[in-house]
Write a protein that binds this ligand. Structure first.
Ligand SMILES: Nc1ncnc2c1ncn2[C@@H]1O[C@H](COP(=O)(O)OP(=O)(O)OP(=O)(O)O)[C@@H](O)[C@H]1O
Length: 201
């Protein structure tokens, strides 16, 4: 995936002022930045949820997106969400979804109504829905919000496996302490990316 010359404003507020970014296969790239820096705006543009004022985004193949705001239906069970997304993705079975649920440690909630789940467990489902079709490019917006420490570590194991499998993962965070887990890190400030794809490993 790559983006070139991406600009975006909300009214007079110029949030993105020329973003160029590339996500090579088999890499884990991070974008960090303060609250309000424009990280979610950039991810919405990369995922196609928001149209940029200017610039282009190119990607091919399967695509996964885990938004910051969990979009789930409280009246459905976890399994009903998986079935719904499997149909939307045209995935033949739930094997990968069940594997990810096991890795994240919430497989026992399959038949539970989502409205009764804790915030961290909802986030686990949100993440599972983004990866269950084995996307080639995965965009994650603050993906470990609400995770306990054990789940946080399992999350990074999962990301490590995706890297080995040649997938591209973009992780957005307002925290910079994960940078040693990333192949490359960018800092979003004043509407542009700083750090020019430096190798942090
Ligand atoms: N729909 C919108 N309409 C107007 N302004 C918006 C809208 N969405 C975001 N903004 C503004 O754009 C700026 C960037 O917001 P964005 O959510 O992209 O930042 P962020 O880096 O993801 O922040 P955080 O770390 O708090 O999630 C903020 O000043 C925000 O108030």
């Amino acid at each position: 995936m790559e983006a070139e010359g991406v600009h975006h404003s909300y009214g007079v507020r110029r949030v993105l002022r020329g973003i160029d970014v590339a996500l090579p296969a088999g890499s884990v790239v991070g974008i960090v930045g303060e609250n309000g820096a424009g990280k979610s705006t950039l991810l919405k543009i990369l995922s196609g949820e928001l149209r940029p004022d200017r610039g282009v985004v190119r990607h091919g193949g399967r695509f996964g997106y885990c938004p910051q705001q969990v979009v789930l239906n409280d009246a459905f069970t976890v399994r009903q969400h998986l079935d719904f997304f499997a149909a939307a993705y045209d995935v033949a079975d739930l094997r990968r979804a069940e594997e990810v649920m096991e890795i994240l440690g919430f497989d026992q909630y399959a038949d539970v109504l989502v409205g009764t789940l804790s915030g961290g467990t909802r986030q686990k489902l949100n993440l599972t829905l983004a990866v269950m079709h084995d996307p080639q490019v995965l965009l994650l917006d603050e993906p470990y919000q609400g995770f306990d420490w054990e789940t946080y570590l399992r999350f990074w194991d999962l990301v490590g496996d995706l890297r080995v499998a040649g997938r591209s993962v973009l992780v957005v965070s307002h925290l910079a302490y994960d940078t040693d887990r990333l192949d490359q890190v960018w800092r979003l400030r004043d509407g542009v990316l700083h750090g020019r794809q430096e190798d942090v490993r």
